[in-house]
Design a protein around this ligand. Structure first.
Ligand code: GLU
Length: 379
């Protein structure tokens, strides 16, 4: 069988954590700026089915600006920045409501998360966003994410949800990112201009030749072109996450991919776990040191998290999410990781049981000083 017909199908059944990005053009009717409820309903069914099979699904949904324009009587083609933000503020609430309504049919709760670039770039906020999304997934909810367009400015915004979805995939260690688009993948030439363009089912590595196929940045008129999709592919695959571009123009596009619809699959380099460990290991200089006892050192070697009880000394000044070094009692480095507490609070709770954290600090923080996902053994 043609690999183009099997790629997507295999990939979805192998996935554990899937991010699905949905573009405005699919979700919102161009003619009148209304949400395409029948299409969303079919997608909702797809999502509920995957979820019942145990797959964790996260949605990155565009469409706020398009929906908001209709309600404010704005023309989407001529928006100034403040009008775009006003449209996003107006449309987002309706968009979220449409999602909630559709998923309620399947007994699923929808939770809205609006992200700014800072939330994925800066470690402290990144840890919070990651933890929130993981918690929602473990509670069975469907996180629906968009950019926080109402306060984004031209300089700081992701600018397109292709890139945002790749950052989200990286942040939550997803193994698959599916971009639903108006094209069914990458072609060696623009298929709209040239019917003899050849479809590329599989991209093992993003080479200059592949980049040339997507066209130049200058040729891109709107967000969401192939150039931004390749930028997303670079982020996702570098984070150990495979990325698929598939057509969203059918009813029930996830089911269509599973049944073998044509798509392009970008192979990941490594695994999400490995990529996250590299990301931590390559973080800039540690801001502090935690000395741990032998019991904790043995637990780390068994792949466990570092609990406050095993930490005997805190040095340096660090914030939550900063990189710290973990050493044994003799001062040899054992690991590096992202601290779940700042240095002041860490000093207060070291040597103490996790159950005592709340009475010491006055708030219920994490049970771990460094969660195992945020820790890399270095010796
Ligand atoms: N965040 C924008 C919206 O919801 C869309 C950005 C994009 O489509 O890439 O309207």
């Amino acid at each position: 069988m043609d690999t183009a017909l099997t790629g997507g199908a295999n990939v979805l059944s192998q996935s554990g954590r899937l991010v699905v990005k949905i573009g405005s053009a699919l979700l919102v009717r161009e003619r009148d700026g209304r949400v395409r409820r029948d299409w969303l309903g079919a997608l909702g069914e797809d999502i509920a089915r995957l979820r019942r099979r145990g797959l964790e699904v996260i949605v990155v949904s565009s469409g706020a600006i398009a929906v908001g324009c209709r309600h404010l009587g704005l023309d989407i083609r001529t928006l100034r920045l403040e009008e775009k933000q006003a449209a996003a503020a107006t449309g987002q609430i309706r968009l979220a409501h449409a999602w909630q309504e559709m998923m309620a049919r399947h007994g699923m709760t929808v939770s809205q998360i609006l992200l700014s670039p800072d939330d994925t770039e800066r470690r402290r906020r990144h840890l919070n966003a990651r933890a929130t999304i993981s918690t929602l997934l473990s509670l069975g909810a469907l996180p629906v994410i968009n950019e926080n367009d109402t306060v984004a400015t031209a300089e700081i915004r992701f600018g397109d949800n292709d890139r945002l979805s790749a950052r989200v995939a990286q942040m939550v260690s997803a193994d698959t990112l599916l971009l639903l688009s108006d094209v069914d993948g990458l072609y060696d030439r623009d298929p709209k201009g040239d019917p003899s363009a050849r479809h590329i089912p599989h991209v093992a590595r993003i080479t200059p030749q592949i980049e040339a196929m997507a066209g130049s940045v200058g040729s891109e008129v709107a967000s969401g072109g192939m150039v931004t999709k390749l930028a997303a592919a670079r982020i996702a695959t570098g984070a150990g996450c495979r990325m698929i571009i598939a057509s969203g123009e059918v009813m029930g596009p996830l089911g269509a991919v599973e049944r073998g619809a044509r798509c392009t699959c970008f192979a990941p380099s490594g695994t999400p776990r490995g990529a996250r460990k590299n990301w931590i290991a390559s973080a800039l200089g540690p801001a502090g040191t935690l000395t741990i006892d032998d019991g904790a050192a043995a637990a780390l070697r068994r792949g466990r998290s570092l609990l406050p009880a095993g930490v005997t000394r805190i040095e340096g000044q660090f914030e939550r999410g900063d990189l710290v070094t973990v050493t044994d009692t003799g001062g040899s480095e054992l690991a590096r990781g992202l601290a779940a507490y700042d240095s002041r609070d860490a000093a207060l709770i070291c040597r103490r049981k996790s159950g005592e954290i709340e009475s010491i600090l006055g708030y219920r923080g994490r049970d771990e000083m460094i969660h195992r996902d945020d820790l890399v053994l270095t010796s």
